[in-house]
Design a protein around this ligand. Structure first.
Ligand code: SF4
Length: 280
């Protein structure tokens, strides 16, 4: 049965989610940082991890942003095929939510045109990704995405003969190139398969999966752990401090691909990996 959801309800939900997301670090990322602190042996890295823990506690207590970079606002929408959105254009409603949250919340506005670099001054437009799913619910994943980690994301289409080893080498080379720029300890989302654009989306899907939930496929779960161990063995560490922990977690997602292709994409999520999910 068709269910109606108004643009006004979408706008209010997204505005509230943005204001929560910028100040409250998700539970899985907190756990990742605490686990990193528990396993870290380098004194400087330990101190930096303690500062990150204090930072997220202060942010939540005083309702202030976790980081000065409050991100470009991404909205990943899973819309039930039995949902009818009423009362206007939902893209306009999402932009209005961004405008109200960033202006009302005194958050940094970080969105500009790509070549002349003119700031839009209200952090619009939202970056929107749509997926149609069965059902009559509207699920919205709200992500204020920092630029430092996004800038290090990469993608390529490898030769099929490169195989699993080629994927592994590509991911590790992306990490070597990124060094400490994505603000470690970070999460890595790896997409394998699809085509050029869907592989990039897969890597984002991987990035925002709960970091306490390994891939249900045992071979991919092993790949995730192997990549994480190999990254941490590089000794980059928090803020490039040379410690044991650079990467909290690698999540891998795969999809079918063309017989001539082996696409791979890597997305970085920094120590302020912010995400809030709301369902209407
Ligand atoms: S990458 Fe993340 S932690 Fe680093 S400056 Fe940007 S938002 Fe902040």
């Amino acid at each position: 049965m068709i269910r109606e959801i108004s643009c006004g309800d979408v706008k209010d939900a997204v505005r509230g989610a943005i204001l929560r997301a910028v100040a409250i670090l998700p539970d899985d990322i907190r756990r990742g940082i605490r686990d990193a602190r528990a396993s870290e042996s380098n004194p400087l890295s330990q101190e930096l991890l303690d500062i990150l823990i204090s930072n997220y506690e202060i942010s939540q207590k005083h309702n202030v942003p976790l980081c000065q970079d409050t991100g470009a606002l991404c909205v990943y929408i899973r819309i039930g095929q039995d949902v009818h959105i009423t009362g206007g254009d939902v893209s306009v409603a999402l932009d209005e939510a961004v405008r109200e949250a960033y202006e009302g919340g005194y958050l940094r506005k970080s969105v500009c045109s790509p070549l002349d670099r003119l700031n839009t001054r209200d952090n619009t437009p939202a970056f929107i990704d749509w997926e149609v799913v069965p059902g009559n619910k509207l699920q919205l994943l709200i992500v204020p995405k920092g630029g430092g980690c996004e800038n290090m994301s990469r993608g390529s289409i490898l030769k099929v003969s490169d195989g699993m080893e080629g994927v592994r080498n590509y991911v590790l080379q992306c990490v070597r190139d990124a060094a400490s720029a994505p603000c470690p300890p970070y999460v890595l989302g790896v997409g394998i398969g699809g085509n050029m654009e869907s592989c990039a989306r897969l890597s984002k899907k991987a990035l925002y999966r709960d970091i306490c939930a390994p891939n249900p496929d045992p071979a991919l779960a092993e790949m995730e752990n192997d990549l994480k161990d190999s990254i941490n063995a590089m000794g980059i560490g928090v803020a490039g401090s040379g410690g044991d922990i650079t990467c909290m977690r690698v999540n891998v997602e795969t999809h079918f691909t063309h017989i001539t292709s082996l696409p791979v994409a890597v997305s970085f999520g920094c120590n302020s990996l912010r995400k809030v999910e709301v369902t209407l």
